[in-house]
Ligand binder design. Structure first.
Ligand SMILES: Cc1ncc(COP(=O)(O)O)c(C=O)c1O
Length: 386
């Protein structure tokens, strides 16, 4: 019976995110008929609420996380030959946003313990042409932003925080996104909070950066501008989700806690830094090698258990990047920790509506699938544990 209920739940997992509040908010906006930034207060209200939640002075709502990254680099005037350091293990939107500006990508390896950019790697890669670093707070875990900010300040480099996985995550009581020069958020459907499928936000305490972002998302005659405006329907959903965000995070942290205490030893759990507040947009684990990982995931997915891998190779090996090596300072470098993560990571679901019983069934299914794997898989090892 529980198994059937779990299956029903998993089939409906995305529908469960939108509740009565969001539906009412959309209805209210539609009935008013004022649907854009120009005619309605809804987007302005969402921007104010989000800025207040983060403890930032300015917030600018946009159409996606990619648009937020692009506008941030644009406002920082990143252009031809300007180098931007980014992790080799993250979403493709990060290097793409640099290409949109004609800037140079410099990849850096990640830490094996938090999947975020490694500080020593950044330090080794800073040159006279480095203008910015994009720090991604991966999988809901804050990166080492305080050390990175200090390093960036020493070299006069700007820091962009990509918080697409980490809405509400904190370091010493400060929310990520409010620590660097600019913070970028995605509200795409799979993120911790959504604006109804797609959406994004830029936050900053810098008036000049805020002004430049604002000017560039509304089409005008004098500047090269981009149509990245958010509409009122998305903002209304965003406002309703923001009211629930702390509750959503609380639930996610509880689920992560159940995983931490109950997962079997063959899954190497994330080494969570106890001094920071993680929000777990997913729960990243590792197994011994790629062959085991791929079989485990495909077996579980066949049973409709929503576990997944992340990217299958470091970003410098993506075709879109390989075709543009003139825009990459180190396209053929090897990134050991990123390779390991690409080969071994298994992302476990952290949906706020999962109850303890359902998580226990998920863990049981993972154990069963693992024990059914052929033993010879365990002699095959592409890379050894760090
Ligand atoms: C780390 C990161 N940055 C940027 C993005 C791009 O966000 P969007 O899909 O809203 O453009 C994503 C999307 O998943 C992401 O994971």
């Amino acid at each position: 019976m529980e198994e059937i209920k779990l299956q029903e739940f998993l089939n409906n997992i995305y529908r469960n995110r939108i509740g009565k509040k969001e539906i009412k908010a959309v209805e209210r906006v539609l009935k008013k008929g004022r649907l854009s930034y120009y005619t309605s207060q809804e987007v302005k209200k969402f921007e104010q609420n989000f800025a207040e939640y983060l403890g930032c002075k300015y917030a600018i709502a946009v159409t996606s996380g990619t648009a937020a990254l692009h506008m941030s680099l644009n406002a920082l005037e990143i252009g031809h030959k300007d180098e931007v350091i980014i992790p080799a293990f993250t979403h493709i939107a990060v290097p793409l946003s640099i290409l949109y500006q004609g800037g140079m990508i410099t990849f850096a390896d990640i830490n094996p313990y938090d999947y975020s950019i490694n500080v020593e790697e950044i330090e080794n890669k800073i040159t006279e042409s480095t203008k910015a670093i994009i720090v991604v707070h991966s999988f809901g875990q804050p990166a080492e932003i305080t050390r990175i900010k200090k390093l960036a300040k020493k070299h006069g480099i700007k820091v962009i925080e990509d918080c697409s996985h980490s809405h509400g995550a904190e370091i010493s009581g400060k929310k990520v996104g409010s620590i660097g020069d600019v913070g970028c958020f995605s509200f795409q459907e799979s993120k911790i909070m959504t604006t109804g499928g797609e959406g994004g936000m830029i936050v900053t305490n810098d008036q000049e950066i805020a002004k430049k972002c604002r000017e560039r998302i509304y089409l005008g005659e004098d500047l090269l501008t981009y149509g990245y405006r958010m509409d009122s329907i998305r903002a209304a959903i965003g406002n309703a989700q923001l009211e629930k965000l702390d509750q959503i995070i609380k639930k996610r942290r509880e689920i992560a806690d159940v995983y931490a205490r109950n997962l079997p030893g063959f899954l190497d759990k994330p080494k969570v830094n106890k001094t920071v507040k993680c929000v777990f947009n997913t729960y990243p684990c590792q197994v011994v090698n790629k062959k085991v990982r791929d079989r485990l995931i495909s077996g579980l997915q066949k049973k409709k258990i929503p576990v997944e891998a992340y990217i299958d190779k470091p970003l410098n090996k993506f075709k879109v990047i390989q075709k543009r090596t003139d825009f990459v300072t180190n396209s053929s470098e090897k990134f050991k920790n990123s390779e390991i993560a690409c080969n071994r990571v298994v992302l476990l679901p952290v949906f706020p509506s999962l109850n303890r019983n359902q998580i226990e069934i998920l863990i049981k299914r993972i154990k069963e699938e693992f024990s059914s794997l052929p033993r010879e898989y365990f002699h095959f090892s592409q890379c050894t544990l760090p």
